[in-house]
Ligand binder design. Structure first.
Ligand SMILES: C[S@@+](CC[C@H](N)C(=O)[O-])C[C@H]1O[C@@H](n2cnc3c(N)ncnc32)[C@H](O)[C@@H]1O
Length: 262
């Protein structure tokens, strides 16, 4: 079944309003391909009915974003950032770190942060560390919370990481409790979410490989909201292809993907 132009425009606007995700007119075939199975499974007559279905139950909307975006992620993604972060750790005056992985997907990013800190803080046990991991998608968060991965999904980790931080069962590797306990998982929409719920500021905010879905205006709003939640001299980390140039006043560019709050 074909999505007509009027229906495509309805979804285009809904996806933009709810997630800040911009879909060009060229994405009509993609939207149709991703939504077709719902029309079929829900036994709907057309895409207009599917649109009404999502409007009636907004709690299901994240499924729509799930269908349009990708959850691709990996351990120790953006290699150069981890090198930079080693030097950042030396600049911390207090042994206290509050870190937010704000589009955490299936968990590789927050688990990398936890493993990185275990490996790089010599007196690790004397640090007060909390990692918040959020994503729009409740579905992907379930996988993140499980912390159970196939061998292929462990790309980026060394053999030593696997031995120290995972337990192997059959064909799966499960993250150990000591790592999982460092992280709190919650759902949060970076575009429509209420940023005033965050009472404390962060030392590091990871917002990587999600900005690409947002239009320029939304990107700036998100970055500005995140920046307000950073301590001075703290860092915002984006994906390497997501440079925001220097449009946010209090942010200094350290590299194309690392920004420091001044
Ligand atoms: C490509 S993954 C990036 C994962 C990880 N940050 C990384 O760099 O490997 C993008 C993630 O962004 C999430 N996402 C998309 N729109 C979002 C939004 N408005 N708020 C929060 N998360 C969002 C998706 O659900 C997906 O899990």
């Amino acid at each position: 079944m074909e999505i007509n132009q009027r229906e495509f425009k309805l979804f285009q606007k809904l996806i933009h309003d709810e997630f800040g995700i911009s879909l060009s007119d060229k994405k009509r075939a993609l939207v149709q391909a991703r939504l077709r199975k719902w029309v079929k499974n829900l036994k709907l007559k057309n895409y207009t009915e599917l649109y009404e279905y999502f409007l009636n139950d907004k709690s299901e909307l994240f499924l729509l974003a799930d269908a349009i975006t990708t959850n691709v992620t990996s351990f120790f993604r953006e290699t150069s950032q981890w090198e930079y972060l080693k030097s950042y750790l030396f600049t911390c005056k207090e042994k206290k770190l509050r870190i937010w992985s704000s589009a955490c997907s299936s968990g590789q990013e927050p688990y990398t942060i936890a493993i990185f800190l275990k490996e790089n803080l010599k007196d690790f046990n004397s640090w007060d560390i909390k990692i918040l991991a959020t994503d729009l998608s409740e579905e992907i968060l379930k996988k993140a919370i499980k912390g159970k991965y196939t061998k292929k999904e462990l790309e980026g980790l060394t053999k030593s990481h696997l031995i120290k931080y995972f337990t192997k069962t059959n064909d799966f590797f499960r993250i150990k409790k000591e790592i999982k306990d460092m992280i709190i998982f919650k759902s949060f929409n970076l575009v429509t979410g209420n940023y005033s719920i965050f009472k404390n500021r962060f030392n590091l905010i990871f917002c990587r490989n999600v900005m690409i879905y947002f239009d320029k205006k939304t990107q700036l709003e998100v970055v500005s909201n995140l920046t307000k939640l950073l301590h001075n001299s703290s860092l915002l980390l984006l994906g390497h292809s997501e440079s925001i140039t220097n449009k946010v006043n209090s942010l200094k560019i350290l590299s194309s993907s690392i920004y420091k709050k001044e």
